[in-house]
Write a protein that binds this ligand. Structure first.
Ligand code: PLP
Length: 391
């Protein structure tokens, strides 16, 4: 693969187990191409090369509203939705609108690294709450909220990836979601639900979303086409209370720049309305399930008993805990020498040392044979480190 065709950060010829991108062969370019040609030959195509309407592509908004009503029975109408340039845009926009430098917010420990970067850029006080196999530990959140309240502080929002979390692959259980909705009412914070992996699920059902549990009160939910179509199109959506959406839509940025990416939004709208997206999502789920199964089988075969990992039911990631006597820095240096790259656990914590024994493995990008051999190499290195310590 040439340097031109490798995505962000991937060293040509390496095994990039860090890459949280869709594999090139999973991008539906052959079915998108005819849609682009058709759009190009429309008489009013020039409209798409101009500024768009601030709320975003209407056809896409109506499609998403109908899908959310149908699949989750959500009371959603046009006023609750807007098109954004990917979920990242949404996290940045929400941060900007809801919090000012020095304000407190809450995140999981660990949490999505690039969101932590956005919060750091905004100079927020980021409180991280530990998670376990069922997601964030609600008692810890409750204790932290009481402690903050005793110091006259209350978080502006709680940022969470509820389904197949990045980086752990863990899904937050229903009871905990309900308890967090109750805490949000008690303490007055907004829940920012970054639900980018919802459609990459290998199980039939998911717990109800925060948005569903709260009937849309004090919840902003983000979705994206990056995981189920193509990240390069930069199209996602935000769902929220009509007043919140109105506020975002009339923000300076959208007034000045028009709605998100009118040309690519038109392509995505046609892809969805023609039924191609649902078919593609169904196909993708099988493809990613195969990759997840392959990665788990490789871990079962390669790792010593002192290593532990999650078994995600969707998404892109597996979270590996190294034996206590091996740090992620040591493993990273050795793996690099073998041309295997992974995401160090340290990047996903507000306090990086909390991730000193963790690795995020992504099964979304590399071919199956590289998944197997990359994980086998890591297994050998981990076992080798244990042996050399013993001698
Ligand atoms: C939790 C989470 N949010 C957002 C994104 C980025 O989404 P988008 O491409 O829509 O900005 C990712 C991608 O890795 C992610 O894992």
């Amino acid at each position: 693969m040439g340097a031109q065709s490798t995505p962000q950060g991937v060293v040509a010829g390496s095994i990039p187990l860090f890459a949280g991108h869709p594999a090139h062969e999973l991008l539906p370019i052959s079915s998108v191409r005819p849609l682009v040609d058709a759009i190009w030959s429309q008489p009013d195509v020039l409209r798409l090369f101009n500024y768009g309407n601030e709320q975003g592509n209407r056809q896409l908004i109506d499609f998403l509203a109908a899908r959310l009503q149908r699949s989750e029975n959500l009371p959603i109408c046009r006023e609750n939705l807007m098109i954004i340039g990917g979920s990242t845009w949404g996290v940045d926009m929400i941060t900007h609108h809801l919090a000012a430098p020095g304000d407190t917010i809450m995140v999981d420990a660990p949490s999505y690294r690039d969101a932590l970067h956005i919060f750091r850029d905004a100079r927020l006080d980021v409180q991280s709450i530990a998670i376990n196999a069922g997601g964030v530990i609600v008692d810890d959140m409750d204790r932290r909220l009481r402690d903050l309240a005793s110091r006259q502080r209350s978080p502006k929002f709680y940022y969470v990836v509820p389904n197949f979390q990045n980086p752990t692959g863990i899904t937050l259980g229903t009871e905990r979601r309900q308890a967090i909705v109750d805490l949000s009412k008690k303490y007055g914070f907004v829940i920012v639900e970054d639900d980018v992996y919802r459609d990459i699920r290998f199980v039939d059902d998911l717990p109800p979303s925060f948005y569903a549990l709260s009937r849309g009160e004090k919840v902003l939910r983000l979705g994206t086409f990056s995981k189920t179509l193509a990240p390069g199109l930069r199209i996602g959506w935000l769902i929220g209370h009509a007043d919140a959406v109105k506020r975002f839509v009339s923000s300076g940025m959208l007034r000045m720049g028009g709605g998100a990416n009118p040309f690519t939004a038109a392509i995505v709208a046609d892809f969805c309305s023609s039924g191609r997206w649902e078919k593609h999502v169904a196909w993708l789920r099988n493809q990613y399930r195969l990759r997840r199964d392959c990665a788990l089988a490789a871990l079962d075969a390669a790792m010593p008993r002192s290593a532990h990992w999650t078994r995600p039911e969707g998404g892109y990631f597996i979270w590996l805990r190294l034996p206590e006597n091996l740090t992620v820095d040591e493993l990273e240096a050795q793996a690099k020498a073998h041309n295997v790259y992974f995401a160090s656990g340290k990047g996903f914590f507000v306090h990086p040392e909390d991730g000193a024994h963790h690795v995020r493995l992504s099964f979304s990008y590399v071919p199956l044979e590289d998944l197997e051999s990359g994980i086998a190499t890591l297994g050998q290195l981990i076992k080798g480190a244990r042996r050399s310590r013993r001698h």
